[in-house]
Design a protein around this ligand. Sequence first.
Ligand SMILES: [Zn+2]
Length: 197
Amino acid sequence: MVSLNAIDRLQGLFSKLPGLGKKSAGRLVYHILDADPSYARALGEELLAFHRAIKRCSRCGSYTEQDPCPICADPAREPVICVVERAQDVRVIEESREFRGRFHVLGGVIAPLEGVNPENLRIEELLARVRREGISEVILAMNPTVEGDTTALYLRKVLRDTGVEITRLASGLPVGGDLEYADRLTLSRSFRGRVRL
Ligand SMILES: [Zn+2]
C-alpha cells in the first residue's frame, strides 16, 4: 500500500507546476494511481531522461534534441530573425505558419527590479548573428508589456549600428497579453502588420 507521504510528496511536486493548485495536483496524483502502472513508469522514465535529451540550441537558444536545432540547420529559412522572450514562443510562432525566418530566444526581458539587466539576456549573441548571418530584418516579438517595450527600445538602440531593418509585431496582440495565448489569426495579423521601429 502507498503511504500517505508518497501521495503528499507527489502532490507537492505537481502543485509547483504553473496553473496547478493543490487541489488539481491532487487530482493528477490519484489519476496516476488509478491508471495502469505502465503509465507512471513511462512518465517517470521520460522525466528522468528529459534534461539529458533536450538542450539549448547554441545558435538561437531554443530547446532542441540536436544542436543546431532543425530551424537553424534549415538552409531554406529566410535571413530574417524573429526575437522572442522565451523558448516556448518559438513553437507558438512556428505553429502559426506565418513566419519562414529564423529565431532568437532572449531568455527574458529587461526588468531591473527583478534583477534582469541587458547583460543577463542573449543580446550579444543576437548582434553577432545579425552580422554573421547577413540578416536583412529583425522582428521584435516581445510581449506587449512595459518590460517588453523597454526591451524593444533597448534592442533598437543597440541594433541601429548594424543597419538592419528593425520591426515590431503590430497591435492585435492584446495589451499586457501573452504571445502564448494569442490565436493563430491574431498572430498572423500582427506579423503582416508589423511596424518599423
Ligand atoms: Zn536554433
